[in-house]
Design a protein around this ligand. Structure first.
Ligand code: GUN
Ligand code: FE
Length: 485
């Protein structure tokens, strides 16, 4: 069937009649483009395969395949709060709505009751890899890891470290308790067994060190985390940075010894190639340089940034400066668990920035993306390959290529927005079509697939996600009975 695959920050490939071979471990063996249906058997034979020896799936009209969406930042225990409390800014919102909700997960039975439907929501939305913040509670975080593991999603899961500036009912009792619980959680996640058909060299679930943000961690705790990460270079790290002006001011007061917010994390060894920095709205130029030098990645969470009036992250500028950038839903600062919604708000953020700085969309010499609306190709890249880079998993996921894991979606856009006939008429008038075929009356396959991707990104939802594969295994989508919540 048709395949749409990100290639660079501003390009993707879109081909009909692709043949993808996935092996028993769920990895992609090979991909061939432009195979007419009549040539399938022959192509398989050339690859040493007989059609009777394989499970063959053909996509239908209106369907395409793409890599799974990668959510670089979200909070599983905040999902019950989606849509709540946006009259507040960050620090008051945490105090009033977020900490009370998260504290409920002290009760393991509550976690067992809530987490299955929460994780299923992310899977149904097409998120094949998800970076979850849990709560501070060791046992409930284990429950979250077990549930994600049993549902087959790829994930980074973190136990929050937070031993100061939090309410008495939701705070760790000491930095030593925080560290020992963290170590136990890391060992627990790393010992989750691979499934019978999983590639033992490609774990689905990784622990991620999760100091909530600088404000909620004592220097004693950060010093211990520094030793921990120094001894464990494979350990992922996630935290929040430069989200809200009052938060930045308070961080400065707590850490006068550091030049800036990024400097605090750098002092404690927390900026490196597998660090995910959520929000990063207000970074100064020297912080951008530092983040780049350390090869840390930015998780752009635009839905949340609007809801909590935190600000608009200058993503175009970060891309021109060479930072790794991915997208995050940041539930429940974000009101949706869907990466499609994150893509739309990333688009709107870039449009507003462009309107402010470059209202005529004039050619500007600040770079390719700075102060410009991000094109569809860039939104697509950020949600897949860019997010995989931010998770330091881009050798394995983020695009569909030989050697990578088969983490993929079958998307069905039939009936979105317009009938098929109307859509065909729309595409026929699309100037992109004329330039690719030279004939405006004939729809090129590239223009058709571009139109389908656009429809999915801007108008689609769970109903258009027919199948969700992780490591070759079908784990969700509308084609799987009982998969949605
Ligand atoms: N900073 C510290 N904790 C949080 C959180 O839960 N959500 C967001 N958006 N920012 C934070
Ligand atoms: Fe967050």
């Amino acid at each position: 069937g048709s395949l749409i695959n990100p290639t660079t920050l501003d390009s993707y490939e879109a081909n009909t009649n692709c043949l993808i071979a996935v092996n028993a471990h769920g990895n992609i063996d090979w991909i061939v483009h432009d195979v007419e249906p009549s040539a399938i058997q022959q192509t398989l034979l050339q690859k040493g395969l007989l059609i009777d020896d394989i499970t063959f799936t053909a996509l239908q009209d209106g369907q395409f395949m793409m890599p799974g969406l990668v959510d670089t930042h979200t909070h599983a225990p905040q999902v019950p709060n989606l849509g709540t409390g946006y009259q507040y800014e960050l620090l008051d919102w945490l105090e009033t709505f977020t900490f009370p909700m998260e504290s409920n997960f002290k009760d393991v039975a509550f976690a067992k009751r809530m987490y299955p439907s929460i994780v299923k929501k992310f899977i149904a939305a097409g998120t094949t890899t998800c970076c979850y913040y849990g709560t501070l509670h060791l046992e409930s975080n284990k429950v979250l890891a077990e549930i994600v593991h049993s549902l087959g999603q790829r994930a980074l899961i973190g136990k929050c470290n937070m031993d100061r500036n939090c309410p008495s009912y939701y705070i760790e009792s000491s930095s030593s308790q925080s560290i020992s619980d963290t170590q136990e959680f890391i060992s627990y996640v790393r010992s989750l067994p691979p499934g019978p058909s999983d590639d033992p060299d490609r774990p689905l679930i990784y622990p991620v060190l999760t100091p909530r943000f600088a404000i909620s961690c004592t220097k004693e705790l950060l010093s211990s985390l520094k030793s921990l990460v120094h001894a464990d270079t494979h350990l992922h790290i996630q935290t929040h940075i430069s989200e809200n002006l009052k938060e930045i001011q308070f961080t400065k007061e707590l850490y006068p010894e550091s030049d800036h917010y990024a400097g605090v994390y750098d002092l404690y060894g927390l900026l490196r190639n597998n660090t995910i920095l959520a929000h990063a709205i207000w970074l100064q130029d020297k912080e951008i340089d530092l983040v780049k030098e350390r090869k840390a990645g930015i998780s752009h969470c635009p839905t949340s940034n609007f809801n909590l009036r935190s600000g608009m992250a200058p993503i175009g500028k970060y891309l021109d400066r060479g930072l790794k950038v991915g997208l995050g839903t940041d539930a429940s600062g974000g009101f949706s668990h869907s990466m499609l919604v994150a893509m739309r708000n990333a688009s709107i953020t870039s449009s507003v920035i462009a309107l402010q700085h470059n209202p005529t969309n004039a050619a500007i010499d600040e770079g390719k993306f700075t102060n410009r609306q991000l094109p569809l190709a860039t939104l697509f890249y950020l949600a897949t390959k860019g997010s995989a880079e931010v998770c330091d998993l881009d050798k394995q996921i983020g695009s569909l290529e030989a050697g990578k894991s088969f983490d993929a979606l079958i998307v069905d856009v039939t009936g979105i927005g317009s009938t098929d006939l109307e859509r065909q008429a729309d595409v026929n008038q699309d100037p992109r079509n004329a330039s690719t075929t030279g004939m405006s009356s004939h729809m090129s396959s590239r223009a058709m697939l571009e139109g389908m991707l656009e429809k999915f990104v801007f108008c689609g939802d769970d109903r258009n996600v027919s199948a969700v594969f992780v490591q070759g295994k079908l784990i969700g989508g509308t084609s799987v009975a009982g998969a949605s919540t």
